[in-house]
Design a protein around this ligand. Sequence first.
Ligand SMILES: Cc1ncc(COP(=O)(O)O)c(C=O)c1O
Length: 401
Amino acid sequence: MGITNNDYKSTTSSESDDYDINTLMIHADDALNNRVVNDVAPPINVSTTFRYSKNPDDWIPWKDQTEEEQNKLLNEDFIYSRLSHPNNIRLETNLNNVFKGYTTVYNSGLSAFNGVITYINPKQVFFQDCYHGVKSITRIWERNHGVKVYTNLDDVFEHLKEGDLVHLESPINPYGTVIDVAKYIKFAHSKKAYVVWDATFAPPPTVDPWKYDTDFIMHSLTKYFGGHSDLLAGALITRDSKIDHVLKNDRIYLGTNIGNLEAYLLLRSLRTYEMRFKQQSVNVTNVVNWLTENKHKYESLGLKITHAILQTDSFVKDQLSGDLTTPVFSLYLKDFETCKKFVTNLKFFQHATSLGGVESLVEIRCLTDPHISMNLIRFSIGCEASKDLINDIQQSLEKML
Ligand SMILES: Cc1ncc(COP(=O)(O)O)c(C=O)c1O
C-alpha cells in the first residue's frame, strides 16, 4: 500500500512501495527541498513563530478558514512551532512513506502513548509485559478518570468491551522476546476495541504490524531511529487520515510536538538507519549465539539468556520473518551482587539506561524499572565489532569464576 489520497500531507509519494527502506529514509522528503538555497542537508529552522503573509487579504480568522486553508498554514506557511514547523513536517513526510501510514511525531515515545490514550479515551486498558512508563501512564488514568487497568493480556477474553485499549509490546522490553500478537488483535477487533502495538524494539522492516491489522503502531524514535543517544522522540502511525487529523490537533494542545532541533537530528539519523540497524542485528545474533554456546562454562554464575532467536514458537518466525531481529536481550545472573561485578568489569559496554544507539549499553534493569527482577541485566547491542563485544563479555564473566 502506498500513500495515496493523502489529504493531510500533500507531499507524500504514491510510489513509495517501489523503493526500499534505505532509499526512502534518504529521499522520501526530497520534495520539500528548499528552493531558495540548494543545500543537500536539510536546514534547521529554529524559529518558534512565523510571519503571516504580507497581504492583508490572506488574513482570515481561524474559525472562518476552510480545512484546506488551515492545512496550508500548518504544512507550508506555518504559524507557531507547537502547532507545526518545517522540520517536523519534513520528518513526518519521510516517515509516512517508511511506515505506509499517517505519522504523527511527538517529543518522546511516552508522549505518543499519551496521544493515543487521549484519542481512544478508554474505560479499560489491557497490557502485560511492556515498558514501565506506559504502565505508569495508565495508572494516572486510573487515578484521574477511574480507568480499569488489567495487567494480564489473557483477561481480554473475559473482560474486553467496545472502545477499550489493548496495548501490545512485541518484542518486549527488556527481554527481547516476541508475543503472539495475532490472537489478541483478532479478538480485540471482534469486540470493537482498539489495539496499539509498540514496535520500538523491532523497527521497520523487522516486523510489519499492518500485516496483523493493528490500529496504531507506536514507536519511541529515541531508540533505533535516533540511533545516537542524543534526542527524544516518538511516533504514532495510523492508516486512517481522520484519526491522524485528530491526533495532530490534540498534539497542539497537549504541547507534545517534537522540537525543531530534535526533528532535524532525527532526520539526519534516518539517513544511516538501515546500515546501523543491520549491523546491530548481526551483532546481537553473534553475541546471543556465543552466550548460548558457552553458558555451560559459567554455570556457577547462574547465567540465563532471553531473546527472540532462542524462542521456538511458530508465531516468532511469522513475526520476525526476515533477517533482522531486535538488538536487545536480557541476561540473568545469580544475584544483584553478581550483576554489579559483571557490569563493573566491562570495558566497552556503557552502564546506562536506554537502547538503540550505536554504542552498546548494559543496564542492571531494576535501577530504573520498579517491576523487574534484581538479577536481570538488559543489553542493547550497538555497532561495534561483535568479536570485540564478545571478548568484553567473556573477560568480565571469567573474572568472576
Ligand atoms: C518499548 C518502549 N516504549 C516506549 C518507551 C518510551 O520512550 P521515550 O523514552 O522516548 O519516551 C521506551 C523507552 O525506553 C521503550 O523502551
